[in-house]
Design a protein. Structure first.
Length: 139
């Protein structure tokens, strides 16, 4: 079993994961899109006890009766998602917050039956030189 570490953009919140991934999903439901301000969010699900916050304390936003979204109050980075009624004992971690990018395939396209009407798939895209993949210079 490997250890995964990650955290928010400003470094105020850090976490560690020790356990097997249940599933990796790309979600484009309206709730996730609004919260992230993005067309899709990558989530990796784990048993709740596999994830431990090692630095700081995320702020919690109750986006519906059963849903809790955890994020950094300083920089706004979304970190965790809990839905006690649909996924008891499971935590979803935003996979883009890992220190080392994920190297796994998604196992489902979306948790939204309607999907995202604005999404299109292209087999080839040119990389923009004006907007590199990372502001830190990583490729």
């Amino acid at each position: 079993m490997s250890t995964i570490t990650g955290g928010c953009h400003c470094g105020a919140i850090r976490y560690q994961i020790e356990g097997e991934m249940i599933v990796h999903a790309l979600c484009h439901c309206r709730d996730c899109r609004l919260h992230a301000g993005a067309p899709v969010v990558g989530w990796t699900m784990y048993a709740e006890n596999a994830v431990k916050v090692t630095k700081g304390e995320p702020k919690v936003y109750r986006s519906s009766e059963h849903v809790r979204r955890h994020f950094c109050a300083d920089c706004g980075t979304g970190l965790f998602y809990f839905n006690a009624s649909m996924q008891p004992g499971v935590i979803d971690v935003q996979s883009a917050t890992y220190d080392i990018p994920m190297r796994c395939r998604r196992r489902c396209r979306s948790r939204s039956p309607s999907g995202f009407a604005g999404w299109s798939t292209r087999t080839s895209c040119r990389r923009s030189t004006a907007f590199p993949l990372s502001r830190s210079g990583e490729q």
